[in-house]
Design a protein around this ligand. Structure first.
Ligand SMILES: Cc1cc2nc3c(=O)[nH]c(=O)nc-3n(C[C@H](O)[C@H](O)[C@H](O)COP(=O)(O)O)c2cc1C
Length: 198
Protein backbone atom coordinates (compact mmCIF):
# COMPACT_ATOMS: atom_id res chain seq x y z
CA UNK A 1 0.00 0.00 0.00
CA UNK A 2 1.46 3.42 -0.89
CA UNK A 3 2.21 5.89 1.87
CA UNK A 4 -0.69 8.35 2.19
CA UNK A 5 0.13 12.04 2.60
CA UNK A 6 -2.55 14.49 3.69
CA UNK A 7 -1.89 18.11 2.72
CA UNK A 8 -3.75 20.88 4.53
CA UNK A 9 -3.71 24.35 2.97
CA UNK A 10 -4.40 26.75 5.80
CA UNK A 11 -4.41 30.09 3.98
CA UNK A 12 -7.44 31.50 2.21
CA UNK A 13 -5.11 33.28 -0.24
CA UNK A 14 -5.16 31.12 -3.36
CA UNK A 15 -1.66 30.52 -4.77
CA UNK A 16 -0.20 32.38 -1.81
CA UNK A 17 3.13 31.61 -0.21
CA UNK A 18 2.15 28.74 2.05
CA UNK A 19 0.08 27.14 -0.69
CA UNK A 20 3.15 27.23 -2.97
CA UNK A 21 5.25 25.57 -0.28
CA UNK A 22 2.56 22.96 0.18
CA UNK A 23 2.34 22.22 -3.54
CA UNK A 24 6.12 21.84 -3.88
CA UNK A 25 6.06 19.50 -0.89
CA UNK A 26 3.15 17.40 -2.16
CA UNK A 27 4.54 17.23 -5.68
CA UNK A 28 7.77 15.71 -4.36
CA UNK A 29 5.80 13.30 -2.16
CA UNK A 30 3.76 12.21 -5.17
CA UNK A 31 6.90 11.72 -7.26
CA UNK A 32 8.23 9.53 -4.45
CA UNK A 33 5.19 7.28 -4.85
CA UNK A 34 2.91 8.59 -2.10
CA UNK A 35 -0.84 8.82 -2.47
CA UNK A 36 -1.49 12.52 -1.93
CA UNK A 37 -4.74 14.12 -0.76
CA UNK A 38 -4.99 17.90 -0.44
CA UNK A 39 -7.64 20.02 1.25
CA UNK A 40 -8.02 23.81 1.28
CA UNK A 41 -9.36 24.39 4.77
CA UNK A 42 -11.07 27.62 3.65
CA UNK A 43 -13.15 25.61 1.17
CA UNK A 44 -14.50 23.34 3.89
CA UNK A 45 -17.45 24.51 5.88
CA UNK A 46 -15.65 24.62 9.23
CA UNK A 47 -17.09 25.78 12.52
CA UNK A 48 -15.48 26.28 15.90
CA UNK A 49 -15.42 23.71 18.68
CA UNK A 50 -18.49 24.15 20.90
CA UNK A 51 -16.74 22.83 23.96
CA UNK A 52 -19.76 20.60 24.53
CA UNK A 53 -17.66 17.67 25.70
CA UNK A 54 -19.68 15.14 23.69
CA UNK A 55 -16.50 13.72 22.18
CA UNK A 56 -15.37 12.71 25.66
CA UNK A 57 -17.98 9.93 25.55
CA UNK A 58 -16.91 8.26 22.33
CA UNK A 59 -14.27 10.33 20.54
CA UNK A 60 -16.80 11.51 17.96
CA UNK A 61 -17.60 15.16 17.20
CA UNK A 62 -21.29 16.00 17.10
CA UNK A 63 -20.82 19.09 14.90
CA UNK A 64 -21.72 17.97 11.40
CA UNK A 65 -19.78 20.25 9.08
CA UNK A 66 -16.74 20.11 6.79
CA UNK A 67 -14.66 18.42 9.49
CA UNK A 68 -16.62 15.24 8.84
CA UNK A 69 -14.86 15.04 5.47
CA UNK A 70 -11.48 15.64 7.08
CA UNK A 71 -11.71 13.41 10.17
CA UNK A 72 -11.24 10.06 8.37
CA UNK A 73 -8.02 11.35 6.79
CA UNK A 74 -6.76 12.77 10.09
CA UNK A 75 -7.30 9.35 11.64
CA UNK A 76 -5.59 7.31 8.96
CA UNK A 77 -3.08 9.38 6.93
CA UNK A 78 0.48 8.10 7.22
CA UNK A 79 1.80 11.66 6.92
CA UNK A 80 0.23 15.07 7.40
CA UNK A 81 1.56 18.44 6.27
CA UNK A 82 0.00 21.65 7.50
CA UNK A 83 0.79 24.84 5.59
CA UNK A 84 -0.41 28.08 7.14
CA UNK A 85 0.84 31.65 7.41
CA UNK A 86 1.28 33.74 10.54
CA UNK A 87 -1.66 36.02 11.24
CA UNK A 88 -1.54 38.35 14.24
CA UNK A 89 1.51 36.53 15.59
CA UNK A 90 -0.18 33.15 15.56
CA UNK A 91 -2.09 30.65 13.50
CA UNK A 92 -4.96 32.07 11.39
CA UNK A 93 -8.50 31.37 12.56
CA UNK A 94 -9.41 28.78 9.93
CA UNK A 95 -6.55 26.32 10.52
CA UNK A 96 -6.76 27.00 14.27
CA UNK A 97 -10.44 26.05 14.11
CA UNK A 98 -9.40 22.76 12.54
CA UNK A 99 -6.87 22.20 15.33
CA UNK A 100 -9.48 22.95 18.01
CA UNK A 101 -11.82 20.50 16.29
CA UNK A 102 -9.21 17.79 16.87
CA UNK A 103 -10.50 17.69 20.43
CA UNK A 104 -12.03 14.23 19.70
CA UNK A 105 -8.47 12.92 19.31
CA UNK A 106 -7.51 14.49 22.62
CA UNK A 107 -10.57 12.90 24.25
CA UNK A 108 -9.85 9.55 22.61
CA UNK A 109 -6.39 9.53 24.14
CA UNK A 110 -6.70 11.41 27.41
CA UNK A 111 -10.27 10.67 28.51
CA UNK A 112 -10.94 7.30 26.93
CA UNK A 113 -7.38 6.02 27.27
CA UNK A 114 -7.19 4.82 23.66
CA UNK A 115 -4.57 5.33 20.98
CA UNK A 116 -4.93 6.88 17.55
CA UNK A 117 -2.52 4.41 16.03
CA UNK A 118 -3.72 0.88 15.45
CA UNK A 119 -1.75 -2.36 15.07
CA UNK A 120 -1.93 -1.73 11.29
CA UNK A 121 -0.58 1.83 11.47
CA UNK A 122 2.68 2.97 9.99
CA UNK A 123 4.74 5.49 11.95
CA UNK A 124 2.85 8.78 11.39
CA UNK A 125 4.92 11.74 10.28
CA UNK A 126 4.04 15.42 10.16
CA UNK A 127 5.46 18.63 8.76
CA UNK A 128 4.72 22.31 9.23
CA UNK A 129 5.18 24.92 6.49
CA UNK A 130 4.77 28.54 7.53
CA UNK A 131 5.35 32.03 6.12
CA UNK A 132 5.38 35.39 7.87
CA UNK A 133 5.69 38.89 6.50
CA UNK A 134 8.12 40.12 9.14
CA UNK A 135 11.46 38.93 10.48
CA UNK A 136 10.53 39.25 14.15
CA UNK A 137 12.51 36.73 16.17
CA UNK A 138 9.42 35.27 17.86
CA UNK A 139 7.06 35.46 14.88
CA UNK A 140 6.66 31.67 14.56
CA UNK A 141 6.53 30.82 18.27
CA UNK A 142 2.74 30.62 18.69
CA UNK A 143 2.14 28.70 15.44
CA UNK A 144 4.90 26.22 16.27
CA UNK A 145 3.44 25.62 19.72
CA UNK A 146 -0.01 24.88 18.25
CA UNK A 147 1.42 22.52 15.63
CA UNK A 148 3.47 20.72 18.28
CA UNK A 149 0.22 20.20 20.20
CA UNK A 150 -1.55 18.99 17.04
CA UNK A 151 1.13 16.39 16.36
CA UNK A 152 0.79 15.22 19.95
CA UNK A 153 -2.97 14.68 19.77
CA UNK A 154 -2.76 13.04 16.35
CA UNK A 155 0.17 10.80 17.41
CA UNK A 156 2.33 12.22 14.68
CA UNK A 157 6.09 12.58 14.89
CA UNK A 158 7.53 15.78 13.45
CA UNK A 159 9.50 15.11 10.30
CA UNK A 160 10.35 18.73 9.66
CA UNK A 161 9.27 22.32 9.46
CA UNK A 162 10.01 25.21 7.15
CA UNK A 163 9.51 28.67 8.64
CA UNK A 164 9.93 31.34 6.01
CA UNK A 165 10.10 34.87 7.44
CA UNK A 166 10.22 38.13 5.48
CA UNK A 167 7.70 36.68 3.02
CA UNK A 168 4.72 38.94 2.59
CA UNK A 169 3.15 39.52 -0.80
CA UNK A 170 1.76 36.52 -2.69
CA UNK A 171 4.55 34.76 -4.55
CA UNK A 172 7.35 36.24 -2.42
CA UNK A 173 8.39 32.76 -1.36
CA UNK A 174 9.60 32.15 -4.93
CA UNK A 175 12.39 34.67 -4.31
CA UNK A 176 13.74 32.55 -1.45
CA UNK A 177 16.49 30.55 -3.19
CA UNK A 178 16.14 27.47 -1.00
CA UNK A 179 12.38 27.38 -0.32
CA UNK A 180 11.38 25.05 -3.12
CA UNK A 181 14.09 22.51 -2.44
CA UNK A 182 13.48 22.56 1.33
CA UNK A 183 9.73 22.00 0.78
CA UNK A 184 10.42 19.23 -1.72
CA UNK A 185 12.85 17.59 0.68
CA UNK A 186 10.19 17.59 3.40
CA UNK A 187 7.75 16.05 0.90
CA UNK A 188 10.17 13.25 0.12
CA UNK A 189 10.63 12.59 3.84
CA UNK A 190 6.87 12.37 4.40
CA UNK A 191 6.58 9.91 1.51
CA UNK A 192 9.44 7.74 2.75
CA UNK A 193 8.30 4.12 2.41
CA UNK A 194 7.91 2.54 5.83
CA UNK A 195 6.64 -0.90 6.39
CA UNK A 196 3.35 -1.85 7.96
CA UNK A 197 3.78 -3.98 11.09
CA UNK A 198 3.69 -7.74 10.68
C1 LIG B 1 -4.68 39.29 8.70
C2 LIG B 1 -3.19 39.15 8.52
C3 LIG B 1 -2.40 39.16 9.65
C4 LIG B 1 -1.02 39.02 9.52
N1 LIG B 1 -0.27 39.05 10.66
C5 LIG B 1 1.08 38.92 10.54
C6 LIG B 1 1.89 38.94 11.71
O1 LIG B 1 1.41 39.07 12.83
N2 LIG B 1 3.22 38.83 11.57
C7 LIG B 1 3.82 38.69 10.33
O2 LIG B 1 5.03 38.57 10.25
N3 LIG B 1 3.06 38.64 9.20
C8 LIG B 1 1.72 38.75 9.26
N4 LIG B 1 0.94 38.70 8.14
C9 LIG B 1 1.60 38.47 6.82
C10 LIG B 1 1.49 37.02 6.34
O3 LIG B 1 2.02 36.13 7.28
C11 LIG B 1 2.24 36.87 5.02
O4 LIG B 1 1.70 37.73 4.06
C12 LIG B 1 2.23 35.45 4.48
O5 LIG B 1 3.13 35.35 3.40
C13 LIG B 1 0.85 35.04 4.00
O6 LIG B 1 0.89 33.70 3.53
P1 LIG B 1 -0.09 33.20 2.35
O7 LIG B 1 0.39 33.87 1.10
O8 LIG B 1 0.09 31.75 2.32
O9 LIG B 1 -1.46 33.60 2.73
C14 LIG B 1 -0.43 38.86 8.23
C15 LIG B 1 -1.25 38.85 7.09
C16 LIG B 1 -2.63 39.00 7.23
C17 LIG B 1 -3.49 38.99 6.00
Amino acid sequence: MPVSVLGLAGSCRIAGNTEMLLDWCLEAAHERGAEVRRFRLCDLDLHGCRGCGACSKDGVCVVKDGMQELYPHLWTADSIVLAAPVYSMGMPAVPKMMVDRCQPFWAWKHVLGRTVSTPDSRQRLGAHLCCAGTDLSDVFDCSRRVVRYLWHVLEVESAGEFLCSGTDEAGAVQRNPSAKEVARDIGRRLAEPRSLPG
